[in-house]
Design a protein around this ligand. Structure first.
Ligand code: IPE
Ligand code: IPE
Ligand code: MG
Length: 227
């Protein structure tokens, strides 16, 4: 089976999963965090090298304050145990501007990045306060701030200023919960990605579901504009 190097996952449907069970949305987010652990492990086992996980978008701040603060608490405890499931030799980093997060959380994010900086057999990119447009605006600002002559700017240079650098372009984007949109995820990186949509809600996604997505990916003919 052809294994994608870089997989991005839009982990959607926590709220609906909870609603179906008559539970508060928070319960869906908790169940979703459990799925995340399992999927990270399986992705590593099957040989995916870069796994980008959309955990919180730049637009998710518009949710009710109570939901946002619950998510922050959940991220906080999740990051405590992240080292445990990330495993020896794995690298973890965050895509997105960290500055709006509570200081406690920011410190944990920075420590994890620092501690795993020199690793990189398997790479987990947690996209938090991530937005594809925000990422591109920042990249362009950085390039401009360096005084780069406009004629020197090329796609390769922009790629090097993205939050996901040094991950290569995404090969496969998976979105759960039946929605068929990108919602501002990896816009630049998914220019030639394969897309896989499933109705399964994120808390119900599991090892088998990930393997089904990879199997479907391995059947796709990728041409990159060629023949
Ligand atoms: C995805 O699940 C998790 C986040 C965006 C944080 P949702 O919370 O969007 O769940 P639905 O889409 O409302 O079911
Ligand atoms: C995308 O899901 C963001 C994450 C999964 C973190 P949303 O639930 O926020 O996306 P929309 O609002 O349905 O497009
Ligand atoms: Mg959603």
């Amino acid at each position: 089976m052809k294994i994608p190097v870089h997989v991005g996952i839009i982990m959607d449907g926590n709220g609906r999963w909870a609603k179906l069970r008559g539970l508060p949305r928070t319960a869906g987010h908790k169940a979703g965090a459990e799925t995340l652990r399992r999927v990270v492990k399986e992705a590593k086992r099957i040989g995916i090298q870069y796994l980008s996980l959309y955990a919180f978008s730049t637009e998710n701040w518009s949710r009710p304050e109570s939901e946002v603060s619950t998510l922050m608490k959940l991220f906080d405890s999740y990051l405590d145990e992240a080292k445990g499931f990330v495993g020896e030799g794995d690298r973890i980093w965050f895509a997105g501007d960290k500055s709006p997060f509570p200081e406690r959380l920011r410190t944990k994010m920075e420590c994890l990045e620092q501690d795993t900086r020199d690793c990189g057999g398997f790479n987990i990119i947690l996209c938090m306060n991530y937005g594809g447009r925000d990422e591109l605006v920042r990249a362009v600002r950085e390039i401009a701030a360096q005084g780069t002559p406009p004629g020197d700017i090329d796609a390769d240079m922009i790629g090097k200023h993205l939050f996901t650098y040094p991950a290569p372009d995404a090969d496969l984007i998976i979105r759960t919960s039946g929605e068929m949109r990108l919602s501002n995820f990896l816009m630049w990186q998914s220019a030639y990605a394969e897309f896989y949509f499933t109705d399964t809600l994120w808390p119900d996604f599991d090892e088998k579901a990930l393997n089904a997505a990879i199997e479907e990916y391995s059947k796709r003919g990728r041409r990159f504009g060629g023949i």
